[in-house]
Ligand binder design. Structure first.
Ligand SMILES: NC(=O)C1=CN([C@@H]2O[C@H](COP(=O)(O)OP(=O)(O)OC[C@H]3O[C@@H](n4cnc5c(N)ncnc54)[C@H](O)[C@@H]3O)[C@@H](O)[C@H]2O)C=CC1
Ligand SMILES: [Mg+2]
Ligand SMILES: [Zn+2]
Length: 276
């Protein structure tokens, strides 16, 4: 199966194509979705911070207009990426997720982190360049480990104070310099619930554009210790029986996939597909 959406670095001097507009309030959308004829969109009175050619959807070029601020356009509204992830068409979410990461990177890399001078985008490469330092700055991706810990029929799930009321999820955390994926996983589990794990197994990955995580998903078995939730980070953590689970995270998250996969294997049900 060929993908409907492929990323590319397109020349912004060429006319035509589709465009998405992103402001601090999210993406612009109307009854037809979040893709607008680019020439029409550029005729609106937008405060454009930067324009990027980001790829092809069904063979048509797609551009991102990154805006300083949202603008009222009759019949149009603004909506955050998370809402598109939860409700929208999956391909559109992939387009917008990529656009959001490019927009964030472009917004945060206008000036060189080394000398402070304004940088310019390298033509046909997704990189900002500082002439004075001869430095290239690429989009930032933050590797994060996510792990489902199990003990027979039980799974360890936790909730952070930031979660929707009642929802419990797998443990996750960002990799630090000097760590392997496994080192990070063991440290995060110790920090967040104070237990030890064994038989760490890689299960798959997912791009998580909130704002630029690359989730590396694992399964691990309980090896010892009692749960002690990390102050401030973990509101509650418990062992839940696969027959009696609490409200779980959104179905497009790898957290949900890791849980659903284990439960399906345990109960002999059909296995879920890893969401992209
Ligand atoms: N797709 C999924 O199923 C899930 C994705 N996630 C994502 O995983 C990521 C990590 O999870 P958390 O528990 O929040 O991380 P965490 O346990 O490492 O704690 C968050 C803390 O890490 C620090 N931090 C923030 N950004 C960082 C970075 N880029 N590098 C290093 N440290 C950073 C901050 O102090 C922040 O308060 C988040 O982006 C979160 O949204 C988390 C759970 C499920
Ligand atoms: Mg965490
Ligand atoms: Zn510089």
């Amino acid at each position: 199966m060929t993908s409907r959406w492929t990323t590319a670095v397109l020349d912004t001097d060429l006319p035509g194509g589709w465009a998405v507009a992103r402001s601090p309030e999210g993406f612009l959308f109307d009854d037809n979705g979040a893709l607008f004829p680019r020439e029409w969109l550029k005729r609106q009175d937008l405060s454009i911070l930067a324009e990027h050619g980001i790829g092809h959807l069904d063979g048509e070029p797609v551009y991102l207009l990154e805006l300083h601020s949202p603008l009222d356009i009759p019949g149009c509204h603004w909506k955050g990426l998370r809402a598109f992830m939860l409700e929208g068409d999956h391909t559109l979410y992939k387009v917008l997720g990529y656009a959001a990461q490019i927009g964030t990177w472009a917004r945060e890399h206008r000036f060189c982190g080394s000398c402070g001078k304004r940088m310019s985008q390298i033509p046909l490469e997704r990189a900002m360049y500082c002439d004075a330092c001869d430095l290239r700055h690429y989009p930032r991706i933050s590797p994060s480990m996510i792990v489902l810990i199990t003990r027979g029929d039980e799974v360890l799930l936790a909730r952070s104070p930031r979660f929707v009321t009642g929802v419990y999820s797998t443990l996750a955390g960002f990799a630090e310099p000097g760590e392997s994926a496994e080192d990070c996983l063991v440290r995060e589990v110790r920090e967040e619930v104070s237990i030890e794990v064994k038989n760490i197994q890689y299960m798959g990955s997912q791009c998580w554009p909130f704002p630029h995580s690359m989730m590396l998903g694992f399964h691990a078995e309980y090896a010892g210790g009692d749960i002690v939730p990390q102050e401030d980070e973990i509101e509650d953590a418990q062992w839940f029986n696969v027959h009696d689970l609490p409200p779980l995270p959104a179905s497009r998250s790898i957290a949900r996939y890791l849980i659903d996969l284990y439960v399906a294997r345990r109960l002999g049900h059909a296995e879920p597909v890893l969401p992209g």
